[in-house]
Ligand binder design. Structure first.
Ligand SMILES: [Fe+2]
Ligand SMILES: [Fe+2]
Length: 204
């Protein structure tokens, strides 16, 4: 296998891009695989605009939803056996697939870069602090070209101005959405919101 088709040319992984795509494609339905490719395309655009590593952002995007369709029972086992926050297990795969996806990125694909692993870990709820790679993935997952939710145009506009503004927008809208739907909110999501709102209003 040559490395000529590597999306990521650093030293974190020996996997070729083709092999990564084949492995990712096996984990999910075709529509989600297409979403992953659109997230990658959007991540590359944002990385170029904001000066993040294109290769690292590409790799994080390709792997971000690796475990999204995995059996929740298996995800729970990983959460508990790997010492992740056990409270996640009460909130389903939507919350668990980020940290569990990072676990696979590390153990299956050999990724050791914490910025990439954190980006995958945090891509659903965000993080109290996020790296540039983390923000790129967090926003690309939200605004990729297939997204059509109300507010996506505003999110895209903000992403053209500031990654922080776009990230805050996603964090705030996600909380509002969950409240409106009368859904329970994973406490980690609230911590992230608190951290961002405190920064926004200059209290920390
Ligand atoms: Fe996801
Ligand atoms: Fe996604």
């Amino acid at each position: 296998m040559t490395k000529t088709d590597l999306a990521y040319t650093g030293s974190y992984t020996d996997w070729t891009r083709k092999a990564i795509l084949a492995e990712v494609e096996k984990q999910m339905k075709p529509s989600r695989f297409q979403h992953v490719l659109r997230v990658e395309a959007c991540s590359i655009e944002l990385a170029e605009k904001y000066g993040a590593s294109v290769e690292a952002c590409s790799l994080a995007a390709l792997l971000h939803d690796f475990s999204k369709e995995h059996d929740a029972k298996i995800m729970k086992e990983i959460v508990l056996s790997q010492g992740m926050d056990s409270e996640m297990t009460g909130y389903g795969s939507e919350i668990m697939h980020g940290p569990v996806g990072a676990y696979y990125a590390e153990t299956v694909f050999g990724i050791t870069d914490e910025a990439i692993l954190d980006a995958i870990r945090q891509h659903t709820i965000g993080g109290e602090t996020m790296s540039l790679i983390g923000k790129v993935l967090f926003i690309a997952d939200y605004i990729e070209s297939g997204r059509t939710f109300k507010g996506v145009d505003e999110a895209r506009r903000l992403a053209g101005i500031s990654l922080d503004e776009a990230a805050y927008f996603k964090i705030e809208k996600t909380i509002i959405h969950l409240v409106k739907k009368e859904l329970p909110i994973y406490p980690g999501t609230i911590y992230v919101y608190n951290s961002w709102i405190q920064r926004k209003v200059g209290k920390s």
